[in-house]
Ligand binder design. Structure first.
Ligand code: DC
Length: 225
């Protein structure tokens, strides 16, 4: 079967990464979490007290940032300058700051270039906000995943609690809605559904149902090629 590029976009905590990982595993494709790259840049800015309003400081910092992924015990793991930052980039502190960082055009230029390099060989599933509209405009399959804000809040809350973080449902919901707003209204590459994306609302779908739907779409696309 011909290997294709699969773009999965959607709002925060809509289940993109769960579906993307399952698809990549089933198809034997590479999975790339594009949000993790913005989160790693954000963590670097926090750790090094980079003032995001200072364009020169941001430019210099970006030269010092190297983001890689490794498979550790079967888990896709993010490294920032050779340090495992997978847990740190998922903290509320990073979540609070990541959307403003992701509005900065020179940050996006660097990250998008790296994302395109990772996708050169096809056989990739990448999830994010602008994968179908900017990063891989020519992706053979684009999925736009949606779920209600309450369901997304509950999922994110459960995830953070399971990791031992102390958060309230209200904090999680406020953060999600604030990020949705910033991500959808920014000037550079706002979150939006690509004209040729197929929308799946997973509010009432199990992970297995979603995977089944997505695999049927992959099959239909690859048969057309
Ligand atoms: O998918 P996530 O929640 O881990 O993404 C974190 C943030 O990164 C999100 O609030 C917006 C930004 N992002 C982006 O601007 N473009 C992407 N392709 C992926 C994420």
């Amino acid at each position: 079967m011909e290997r294709i590029t699969i773009a999965i976009d959607g709002h925060s905590s809509c289940g993109k990464s769960t579906l993307a990982k399952a698809l990549a595993k089933t198809l034997g494709y590479v999975y790339v979490d594009s949000g993790a790259m913005y989160r790693a840049v954000t963590l670097y800015f926090i750790q090094n007290e980079v003032d995001i309003k200072d364009a020169e400081a941001v430019k210099l910092a970006l030269l010092d940032i190297d983001i890689t992924f490794k498979n550790i015990a079967g888990k896709n793991t993010t490294f920032l300058n050779n340090t495992n930052v997978e847990d740190k980039i998922r903290s509320m502190e990073v979540s609070e700051f990541v959307s403003p960082v992701a509005t900065i055009s020179i940050v996006r230029t660097k990250v998008v270039k790296e994302q395109r390099d990772l996708g050169k060989e096809k056989g990739i599933v990448m999830d994010g906000r602008d994968i179908g509209t900017v990063v891989f405009k020519d992706a053979e399959l684009k999925i736009f995943l949606t779920a209600s804000p309450d369901i997304r809040t509950q999922r994110r809350y459960d995830e953070l609690i399971a990791k031992g973080q102390k958060v309230t449902m209200k904090e999680v919901k406020d953060n999600l809605l604030r990020r949705d707003h910033i991500d959808s209204t920014r000037a550079d590459s706002p979150l939006k559904k690509a004209a040729d994306a197929i929308e799946i609302d997973n509010s009432n779908l199990t992970e297995a149902n979603q995977l089944e739907k997505a695999l049927a779409l992959v099959k239909a696309k690859t048969l057309q090629l």
